[in-house]
Ligand binder design. Structure first.
Ligand SMILES: COc1cc(/C=C/C(=O)SCCNC(=O)CCNC(=O)[C@H](O)C(C)(C)COP(=O)(O)OP(=O)(O)OC[C@H]2O[C@@H](n3cnc4c(N)ncnc43)[C@H](O)[C@@H]2OP(=O)(O)O)ccc1O
Ligand SMILES: O=C(O)CCC(=O)C(=O)O
Ligand SMILES: [Fe+2]
Length: 364
């Protein structure tokens, strides 16, 4: 695709754009590097999906920020469970994952996306040595009416050997280290969250159900010529049990506040923090007690942003539904049916981002 001249309004032939961005592995990064002065029309979101439209942002509100240095203190556990029930999102400080490990994985993310398109395209779905390693752009381009301004590398963790062999060399060590160093934190968080659900002991079977598989995504949001017209990531909730999200210092992640009004709160970058959010799998297992809240990411006119979520999930073959311990509390009625987790995830991946609609798949 030829670089456009200054101030040119971009109407790129749809098949040419798809070929350049999606099939050839240039991603939105390739578009951004061309120095476009306006947004190709394939990225223009409908008015109701744009952050600037009819939306109240609430600068005075904030998701809870929880210091985990005394994680055994019942007050810390209480703050975590309250945040999971009310917001579905919170930030943690002094979580035990060294800042250096976080810095290394952020640097490694930049290194991967700065590789030439020919290198990255080795990990496109059609070329990748494994279904567990995928470089892509937007979310679900085949199903989307408007594309999202984001490239990603998605790594499904099977075992250390497979990761060492198949994951991209420029980032695999740093990503593996980040995954390893978050393991204890994930167990602590789940232990705390389960206690409030009347699950006193997480045995091996429960552990597998809650955290039997992990997927890590490296997200890359390049500079965008007209950020108000598009999105970095559209409104969605994660399908995980829990997500551990590392973001850089740029900002741009918004979380829905309240269910009725269109109001959103920003998640401010805090040095050394990790953002934790509840995913649909835990909303289902807790029978709606913990909330998997909608979130979205805006695009940015002047800075490239990265984020690195670890999605902690059930195993694909697990059947998930409200936990017996939860229903046992007061003869509570199940709000969700039993579903095979991989069916749930496939349903999520096969449609465009559509807010909280995925969970309807499991509703009774
Ligand atoms: C990318 O932008 C995103 C991503 C997100 C993600 C939020 C999460 O919460 S991710 C956590 C999801 N949980 C798991 O991955 C654990 C369970 N895993 C599974 O059940 C399976 O691994 C599987 C994901 C269902 C894939 O199984 P497989 O047998 O390999 O099936 P396929 O036929 O290859 O894929 C099915 C369908 O999904 C699409 N897809 C697969 N992997 C990805 C991926 N990493 N990213 C995007 N899409 C993926 C794939 O295209 C297939 O559809 P087709 O129509 O092509 O058949 C949140 C927000 C974002 O913006
Ligand atoms: O980039 C972010 O801050 C969040 C990305 C996100 O929501 C996701 O990958 O599921
Ligand atoms: Fe998300």
């Amino acid at each position: 695709m030829a670089p456009p001249s200054m101030n040119e309004t971009i109407t790129v032939d749809p098949s040419e754009l798809t070929d350049f961005v999606i099939n050839k592995g240039n991603g939105v990064n390739g578009l951004s590097q061309m120095g476009l002065k306006s947004l190709p029309k394939q990225y223009i979101q409908p008015l109701e999906e744009r952050m600037s439209m009819n939306i109240t942002t609430m600068p005075e509100e904030s998701i809870p920020i929880i210091d985990m240095s005394n994680w055994e203190d019942p007050k810390v556990a209480e703050s975590i469970c309250n945040a999971a029930e009310k917001w579905g999102f919170f930030q943690i400080l002094n979580h035990g994952v060294p800042i250096q490990v976080l810095d290394h994985v952020k640097d490694a993310t930049h290194k991967f996306f700065e590789l030439p398109a020919e290198e990255k395209s080795k990990f496109l779905k059609e070329n990748s040595p494994s279904n567990n390693v995928r470089f892509g752009t937007s979310f679900s381009p085949d199903s989307e009416k408007a594309l999202e301004w984001k490239d990603y590398l998605s790594l499904f963790y099977v075992c250390e050997d497979e990761a060492s062999t198949l994951w991209p060399t420029v980032c695999k060590d740093e990503v593996l280290e980040y995954m390893k160093r978050t393991e204890i934190l994930v167990k602590r968080l789940l232990e705390i969250l389960m206690k409030r659900l009347n699950v006193k002991d997480i045995d091996k079977t429960k552990e597998a159900l809650l955290m039997g598989s992990k997927r890590i995504n490296l997200n890359y949001y390049p500079v965008c010529p007209d950020p108000e017209l598009t999105v970095g990531v559209g409104r969605h909730s994660d399908v995980s049990t829990l997500t551990i999200l590392l973001q850089d210092y740029i900002g741009g992640l918004y979380v829905r506040a309240g269910t009725n009004e269109d109001s959103w709160v920003h998640v401010p970058p805090l040095k050394g923090s990790l953002v934790i959010n509840i995913g649909d799998a835990l909303q289902i297992m807790s029978n709606g007690r913990y909330k998997s809240i909608e979130h979205r990411v805006v695009a940015n006119a002047s800075k490239t942003r990265i984020s690195v979520p670890i999605f902690v999930n059930p195993r694909p073959s697990d059947v998930i539904g409200p936990l017996p311990e939860v229903l046992g509390i007061g003869g509570e009625k199940a709000m969700y049916k039993q579903v095979v987790y991989s069916d749930y995830v496939k349903h999520f991946f096969r449609k465009a981002h559509d807010g909280k609609s995925t969970i309807d798949f499991a509703k009774i």
